[in-house]
Design a protein around this ligand. Structure first.
Ligand SMILES: Cc1cc2nc3c(=O)[nH]c(=O)nc-3n(C[C@H](O)[C@H](O)[C@H](O)COP(=O)(O)OP(=O)(O)OC[C@H]3O[C@@H](n4cnc5c(N)ncnc54)[C@H](O)[C@@H]3O)c2cc1C
Length: 382
């Protein structure tokens, strides 16, 4: 077949890209080596945090606001809830980088936030006991998304608009030709005008080592709080992210799975480099001990039993900002990868941007900071 666009990878970003392309009436072929949503990449585990006061960089705020609009539209189109804005807390020292950057982003873009001291935080959210002198920034529109449902909804609607989606079909190679692109899988050779490479933690191999990407092993655990889950229900408990001296903050979610489901917690960041092929997916007692220790410093009741745990993969860039843009060497190819553990919330808008790039070679969304060219070795710059 000859499609307008081939999308390599149907995870968070690829499913959204397929949806936007098909919705614009263009023909799209989506290929995935597995059957998304699946648990071998970066998009599983039931919840993903979304925030507006974006400490990772104020320049992300316009994009995240557009992402909210698109998530809300996706909810209407799919007829189901995907986004829950129960609020979010970022805690830490008032002079620390996390709090300062969160407040700077909020101020710059007029995002509604409140600053709560230790006492007020505990009054509103009884399980939380901040460390002495710490504050919490309450981002009122923060919350969480259901990642697997979002991927399902994007794929389902893409197919409804005519997208052809092939699962369990691995892409073995691709090449750009004067007339477009050629993609070879285990089953066939396909041609298209354009290619979008959105291979998540497999981006290194799909882009033949073009970019300085590093894959890390992350652990998520579902904890049974001592004293029961009632104070952790989404009606009264926020998503949270707490500063850490080692730069790897612990974060977590309200209890969304009812009794027996537990509270999902994790650490943002990892020193365990791996590949999707060699990662150890077995969670050890040492993994969960580190997690429990970090989280229970401020939420003492989360010292209880670990009900279950799972690994997941981050794809890190050196500056922890995303890579989204045209392939530096091949004009018909666009890429989006290196989401550095904070990409999911943006996947709705990244899908829109990728459709813009594939169909018109430009986008009005502010993606300059994500340019793949920023990693060019300075000595090779003419
Ligand atoms: C534990 C954890 C917690 C996170 N928490 C948050 C959070 O709270 N908020 C947030 O915004 N982000 C969060 N993230 C990050 C976010 O989930 C990722 O940035 C995002 O899901 C990445 O999506 P992706 O489409 O790039 O990758 P994926 O969803 O993994 O998709 C890549 C797809 O490509 C396919 N593929 C790869 N190679 C081939 C090939 N050769 N042929 C065919 N198919 C191929 C794979 O099968 C896969 O389906 C978290 C990630 C993890 C692991």
């Amino acid at each position: 077949m000859h499609a307008d666009v081939i999308v390599l990878g149907l995870g968070a970003m690829g499913s959204a890209a397929c949806f936007h392309i098909a919705h614009r009436g263009k023909s799209v072929l989506g290929l995935d080596r597995f059957r998304p949503p699946h648990d071998r990449g970066s998009t599983h585990g039931g919840t993903r945090m979304i925030r507006q006061a974006y400490g990772e960089g104020a320049d992300y705020v316009p994009l995240v606001l557009r992402a909210y609009e698109l998530w809300e539209k996706l909810e209407r189109d799919a007829g189901m809830r995907l986004l829950f804005t129960n609020g979010g807390l970022v805690f830490g020292s008032p002079d620390g980088r996390l709090i300062q950057s969160t407040l700077a982003a909020a101020r710059q873009h007029a995002i509604s936030c409140a600053i709560l001291d230790k006492r007020e935080t505990h009054r509103r959210f009884p399980p939380i006991a901040l460390l002495p002198g710490e504050v919490a920034v309450h981002d009122l529109r923060a919350g969480y998304l259901l990642p697997e449902e979002c991927v399902r909804a994007h794929l389902h609607l893409a197919a409804g608009h005519g997208a052809e989606l092939h699962f369990d079909e691995e892409v073995l190679s691709w090449k750009a030709e004067p007339s477009g692109v050629q993609v070879t899988t285990q089953r066939a050779v396909y041609r298209a005008e354009r290619l979008i490479v959105v291979a998540g933690p497999w981006a290194g191999e799909s882009l033949q080592g073009l970019l300085p990407l590093k894959v890390t092993r992350q652990v998520m655990a579902w904890m049974e709080p001592n004293g029961g889950i009632d104070p952790f229900l989404p009606g009264c408990f926020p998503v949270f992210l707490g500063e850490s001296d080692d730069g790897r903050p612990a974060y977590g979610f309200p209890s969304i799975d009812g009794p027996g489901g537990g509270i999902k917690v994790a650490i943002h960041g990892s020193v365990q480099e791996c590949t999707p092929a060699n990662v150890d997916r077995t969670v050890t007692g040492q993994d969960t001990a580190e997690l429990t220790e970090k989280v229970s410093r401020r939420i003492p009741s989360l010292r209880g039993r670990v009900l279950r745990a799972q690994t997941c993969l981050y794809t890190m860039t050196p500056d922890e900002h995303f890579i989204v843009g045209q392939h530096p060497q091949y004009e018909p190819v666009s890429i989006a990868c290196g989401f550095s553990g904070h990409g999911f919330k943006f996947s709705s808008v990244v899908g829109e941007v990728l459709a813009d790039l594939a169909l018109t070679s430009r986008t009005s969304s502010p993606i300059e900071m994500f340019s793949p060219l920023r990693f060019k070795d300075p000595i090779f710059v003419a």
